[in-house]
Design a protein around this ligand. Structure first.
Ligand code: NAG
Length: 427
């Protein structure tokens, strides 16, 4: 029918512009959407007297109408019904095409932002790292949306998940945040007791409801179950349009982290690396003497990102990351969330696998410091001792509480020998 005949022309619209100024992909998609919507309207309004009789094919089905004004009512109704059915089918098809097109439009850079660029002179070209933010959708969780409106600052906030197993660390966590004067943080409480504990301490808290699209494994789950849950909960924050600084609770804040972010990447994460090389990447040469002349193979190495402290912006690549990690954690129950998080971030596309196209940045290892950097290097270096970190993450040590208290003594109370009696690692 008319609509079907025209659609291929619409899709090929870019080819038609080849003679003159080529239309950008975004503009072509936009034009296609407009034409599609218009066609849908035309079908709805002109039926049956406008559109159908003009088509020679359908004219064949209408002779009765022309000769018998006396109206064979039943026949005509059946005819109308079948016409209606085919129009409904066509309408559904058009709707589907419009949906697909608008999705492509969104992906192509939010409404025609994608244009063709001319490469500048040598040394001046720079690819975009900062992807556009998603359109906030409050309908996915209106209650959380309301809480975030009150808690977030410039649509950003710190988020931590906690259940009753970690009550003591949690108290240390928010006590330090309060001392620094950071207003925008939220505890996601995974059980009633931790929810009421937060309320009693005047700590902003959100208790996910199973009806709000998140199940309740967090209640009894150990670290692993909570890890999978984390990525699914975070998705809702991003869908609501917020940037999240996800924080484990074995982390101590000494400065406001929002003064030290770059915000140029989808994910900005602290590193498990312990020096510039391991944190920021290096060329590791693998030696295989039996290969003779070609004995040296160069490899790219970087210590993993710490999935317990990262800033994630509300973009499509970020949400895809969360979905991929959460999906794998549930389909591969033995997997470790931090390994999965890093594999999804870094592995490139290859046969049988499509890598994630996401921009990432490694945080400064002395500002966002892991406990290996602190105990192995910083505390022994006169210059580095004087730097004040934004956070310290006690990720490398099992005797967390003792070391956390000592770190606070050192950085907050200025007790110079507070760190001295600990070994570099656990013993
Ligand atoms: C490590 O990197 C920082 C920033 O890139 C630089 O200022 C510093 O000198 C480097 N340290 C070493 C030991 O190379």
């Amino acid at each position: 029918m008319a609509g079907r005949r025209e659609l291929p022309l619409m899709r090929g619209g870019g080819g038609g512009g080849a003679g003159g100024q080529p239309m950008s992909r975004g503009a072509r998609i936009l034009a296609a959407v407009v034409v599609g919507v218009t066609l849908g309207c035309v079908c709805a309004f002109l039926y049956p007297d406008g559109l159908i009789p003009r088509s020679p094919d359908s004219a064949l089905h209408w002779p009765r109408r022309a000769d018998s004004v006396a109206c064979d009512t039943t026949g005509e109704v059946a005819d109308l019904k079948s016409q209606l059915k085919s129009l409904e089918r066509k309408n559904a098809e058009l709707k589907k095409q419009i949906n697909e097109l608008s999705m492509k439009l969104q992906l192509s850079g939010q409404g025609g932002k994608e244009v063709s660029y001319k490469a500048g002179p040598f040394g001046t070209v720079k690819v975009l790292r900062t992807n556009p933010t998603v359109t906030p959708d409050e309908s996915i969780n209106p209650r959380l949306a309301k809480i975030l409106e009150q808690v977030a600052v410039k649509k950003e906030l710190i988020v931590a998940l906690a259940n009753s197993n970690v009550r003591e660390s949690l108290e240390m966590w928010f006590t330090n945040i309060k001392r620094v004067g950071i207003p925008n943080y939220l505890v996601v409480a995974l059980d009633d007791s931790i929810e009421s504990f937060c309320k009693s301490k005047d700590v902003p808290v959100y208790r996910p409801d199973p009806d709000e699209g998140i199940d309740s494994i967090g209640k009894t789950g150990g670290n692993h179950a909570v890890s999978g849950l984390k990525f699914r909960i975070l998705r809702q924050f991003l869908q609501l349009g917020y940037s999240v600084l996800l924080s484990d609770i074995d982390i101590i804040f000494f400065q406001n982290p929002f003064d030290h972010l770059y915000r140029d990447s989808d994910v900005e994460s602290m590193s498990d690396g312990h020096n510039n090389m391991t944190a920021y990447g290096f060329n590791d040469v693998f030696d295989e003497p039996s290969m003779g002349w070609a004995r040296y193979a160069h490899t790219m190495r970087i210590w993993v990102y710490n999935s317990g402290f990262f800033f994630i912006r509300p973009t499509i690549p970020s949400i895809e990351l969360l979905d991929r990690v959460a999906g794998r954690l549930s389909s591969e129950p033995k997997s470790w969330d931090q390994a999965v998080f890093n594999e999804e971030l870094f592995f490139p596309s290859h046969p049988g696998y499509e890598g994630l196209h996401i921009s990432k940045r490694t945080m400064d290892i002395y500002l966002f410091m892991n406990s290996k950097v602190l105990f192995k290097t910083v505390r022994k270096d006169a210059r580095l001792r004087k730097l004040k970190p934004v956070i310290v993450h006690l990720n490398y040590h099992p005797d967390k509480s003792d070391r956390m208290r000592a770190v606070i003594e050192f950085y907050v109370n200025g007790k110079q020998n507070a760190l001295d009696h600990f070994p570099d690692g656990s013993e």
